[in-house]
Design a protein around this ligand. Sequence first.
Ligand SMILES: Nc1ncnc2c1ncn2[C@@H]1O[C@H](COP(=O)(O)OP(=O)(O)OP(=O)(O)O)[C@@H](O)[C@H]1O
Ligand SMILES: [Mg+2]
Length: 358
Amino acid sequence: MTEIAIEFRSVFKKFDDFVAIRNLNLLIRKQEFLVLLGPSGCGKSTILNLLAGIEDPTSGEIFVNGKLVNYLLPRYRNVAMVFQSYALYPHMTVAKNIEYPLKSDKGLSRNRDKITKMIAQAAELVDITDQLSKKPPALSGGQRQRVALARALVRDPEVFLMDEPLSNLDAQLRDTMRYHLINLHRKIGKATIYVTHDQQEAMTMADRIVVMNEGSAQQIGTPLEIYNSPVNKFVAGFVGHPRMNFLPGKSLGNRSVQVGEFKLTSSRDTGQKGTPLVVGLRPTDAKSKKGYNNVEGKITAREFTGTDTILTLSSGSIEGVRFRHIGGGSDIEGDTACFSYAPENVHIFNEDGKGRFS
Ligand SMILES: Nc1ncnc2c1ncn2[C@@H]1O[C@H](COP(=O)(O)OP(=O)(O)OP(=O)(O)O)[C@@H](O)[C@H]1O
Ligand SMILES: [Mg+2]
């Protein structure tokens, strides 16, 4: 049996009348790297705050290692949090900053040798051993981020919570730190919940992703499941770049749909004949030649990305549909282009966008 580190059971969080978290049910395995992904205000930080004990749930139960923690003070939960802002003390040395969470442990405070060893171990894990005597203002953004990580690591917590920890770093450093964080996670193997609104970050780092919107978990799954089988229009539109095209269509029955002048076959259920629906086509799934499921139109815009060209096509009632032309570069606005789609890449959603047929 897989061991469960964290469980949310029917958790609601209200701020006055506003429901910030709606019926959250979530199991997180020991050693799992779970990413909470969603737009600003969807409730990501609130979930971390509930687990850390900074906020209390309005109803529902939260368990850490099988133990109910609803009524447990934050310092007894064995949960460490890393914030976007790092929240380091500028007047203390790096070593003192890392030591800070150990202060509440009275038994430990008499054992100076042990404390020094714990600081050294945490610093070594994030490779800042040579910065211990400096103060935070003398460090780069990436080094400060590592100090914040070391401070979270020093108590050897059961669970790590990270709230957009890389969003203050430039793109290149963010890439490097992602790699370091995943390596660190593999080394220490503790359950981690990582918050981001960056779908690419979620896809590259997560064992599993929870896609959130307006306080509700929309879908929970591996990056591949979320990408290949989004359960609704929100998830489909949030994950993948360039964004999925959504086109109004009608079911023809037998897993086929009419979209404008085109008939497409999907591997998914399309509901009863005549049902209005939304067809989702990822620009990146397009094949740049005529095939089985074709969409054709006039090129109205082109964006050259280096390796590919993103073409925008219009045809009759269908406007502004984007396709990736691998390579490309010689396409001319006003020319006609044709793309085809494998049936498994023709996504089908209910007209209201809230679900799919199967
Ligand atoms: N203490 C509070 N009092 C009232 N409303 C709150 C409080 N904390 C959060 N909220 C509201 O709850 C919702 C969820 O907030 P939360 O901070 O969890 O969002 P988030 O997903 O972390 O967003 P961001 O990506 O911007 O950090 C927001 O609409 C926010 O305004
Ligand atoms: Mg937040």
